[in-house]
Write a protein that binds this ligand. Structure first.
Ligand code: FRU
Length: 488
């Protein structure tokens, strides 16, 4: 049953089982979401478009779904903005960006066609297309502005910015030799584009394609955040997921090469963090959105509950020591806090578990621990706990000096743990955003994070802190309840 895209919002929210459905994360009312697209500010509102399949909880012919907000705190679900309709985008309106120019919102996206007319078996034709809107909600398509070069099949995800008098665009490419590259184009008018140069090639020989490149200046350096596609299974802590995102840092001036100072590094080590897109906000901040979902494993919500995926909490990005990305929840997020319980300082005795909330499906924990006075091998938070042996664990582990997020005992999630480096010194700070079906952990003000979907087993979900073979010296613990982000 196909409905006309401009009248169609999404499948009805009433059809969705609420048990894991997000309250403080952006998600369509039902169906499938992947990449954030067209993150922008236009005519007094923030716009977050997204890759959307409204007709099922599986990836399919992509549409651009749409959320908007006045303040980045309360959001509205808007009607679908772009649907496949033309010869050049019939197999999907794929990822892209949006920016204001002369009072209009310009969107550049990838129009996808399968070469064999049915699937990606024989490659695809991917053209960068332009669409323009006067109100930010309805768009007129102008068709391709960058054609797919011959011999290249993966050629997509345009991201545009203005520098001086010119527009610049990066996109991701798989070369005929199987290398992942980022190509740079420039334009005087957004309609006619000239190839400038290969901006970047991933030095990792296993990367065959780069998805969703995003190139921006922050704290005096140029940062390329991108999502490399590889076919190998990794050893060690890095790039554990089917799909991982990271970044490179360097110097760049228009007309020159990108002089790389730091090659691929991750900043989020969770199970589900991919395909980021950032924007430059009117108040001069770099705000980053990302997708929490998965292409490689079926999610429990997909099969049973009629929805799949959500966007990560928007983050403000800066550069720290060693050109490391620091990404913290935008300060606006704090305005969702409704009620705060301040537990202050206390000690957790050796080998004991202290309950800190008996029922917290949605909320936020801010924990500060004095590691000099802590002898416990782990500082462990048991979250989404529905019984003695059903919870998701977030722990600072003194043996590895890392922070882990372990879904080994979660309800219906895939198993396995993820682990992020700890670089914080004697004052451990963990900030955890708990939603009905996910956890995001920010370590020492966002130098590293772990973002994972996690689906608890029951409805009453406790939070505890637990020690192992020693005491934990908590210097401060705050628990916030959070109201929903939805204004409709
Ligand atoms: C990344 C991605 C993009 C593409 C889109 C299609 O998740 O594969 O490269 O444009 O999703 O939905």
């Amino acid at each position: 049953m196909l409905q006309k895209a401009d009248k169609f919002v999404s499948a009805a929210q009433e059809d969705v089982n609420p048990r894991w459905y997000p309250q403080v994360h952006l998600a369509p009312a039902a169906g499938w979401i992947n990449d954030p697209n067209g993150i922008s500010y236009f005519q007094g509102r923030y716009h977050a478009f997204f890759q959307h399949h409204p007709y099922s909880a599986q990836w399919g012919p992509m549409h651009w779904g749409h959320f908007s907000s006045e303040d980045l705190v309360t959001w509205k679900r808007e009607p679908i903005a772009l649907a496949p309709s033309e010869e050049y985008d019939l197999d999907g309106v794929w990822s892209g960006c949006a920016l204001e120019h002369q009072g209009k919102l310009y969107v550049l996206y990838t129009g996808n066609r399968w070469a064999n007319g049915k699937d990606d078996g024989d490659g695809s034709i991917q053209r960068q297309c332009l669409a323009v809107s006067s109100d930010g909600f309805t768009f007129t398509k102008h068709g391709p502005v960058i054609e797919n070069p011959k011999g290249i099949s993966n050629f997509r995800d345009p991201k545009v910015w203005k520098q001086g008098e010119k527009w610049w665009l990066v996109l991701g490419v798989e070369t005929p030799e199987g290398c992942g590259q980022v190509w740079l184009y420039s334009s005087a008018d957004l309609y006619t584009w000239e190839f400038d140069r290969v901006l970047y090639e991933d030095p990792d020989p296993d990367t065959f394609m780069i998805e969703c490149p995003d190139f921006f200046e922050v704290d005096g350096k140029w940062v390329l955040v991108y999502s490399p596609m590889t076919s190998v299974r990794r050893q060690g802590y890095n790039q554990r997921n089917g799909h991982n995102t990271g970044y490179a840092v360097g110097n760049w001036t228009p007309g020159g090469d990108f002089e790389v100072l730091k090659n691929f590094a991750q900043f989020d080590f969770g199970h589900n963090f991919y395909a980021t897109q950032s924007m430059h906000s009117p108040d001069n901040r770099r705000l980053m959105f990302a997708w929490m979902g998965g292409f490689t494993l079926p999610l429990a919500s997909q099969a049973a509950d009629g929805w799949s995926g959500q966007l990560a909490t928007p983050r403000e990005v800066s550069l720290g020591e060693d050109f490391g990305i620091i990404a913290t929840p935008i300060p606006e997020f704090d305005r969702l806090r409704e009620n705060t319980v301040d537990k202050g300082a206390f000690t957790v005795d050796t080998d004991s578990t202290v309950e800190i909330a008996s029922d917290m499906s949605v909320g936020e924990i801010e924990l500060t621990v004095d590691l000099d006075k802590t002898s416990s091998e782990q500082v462990s938070l048991l979250l989404q706990q529905t019984s003695v042996d059903r919870y998701t664990e977030v722990a600072y582990d003194t043996l590895s000096n890392r922070v882990i997020l372990d879904r080994g005992k979660s309800g219906s999630s895939d198993r396995g743990y993820r682990s992020a480096p700890y670089v914080g010194g004697a004052e451990l700070k963990l900030r955890v955003i708990i939603d009905r079906g996910s956890l995001e952990v920010f370590i020492n003000d966002g130098r590293y994070s772990l973002s994972s979907l996690a689906f608890p087993a029951g409805d009453k979900r406790g939070v505890s802190i637990a020690s192992v073979g020693g005491v934990i010296a908590v210097s401060d613990l705050k628990i916030h309840s959070l109201r929903s982000i939805w204004g409709n």
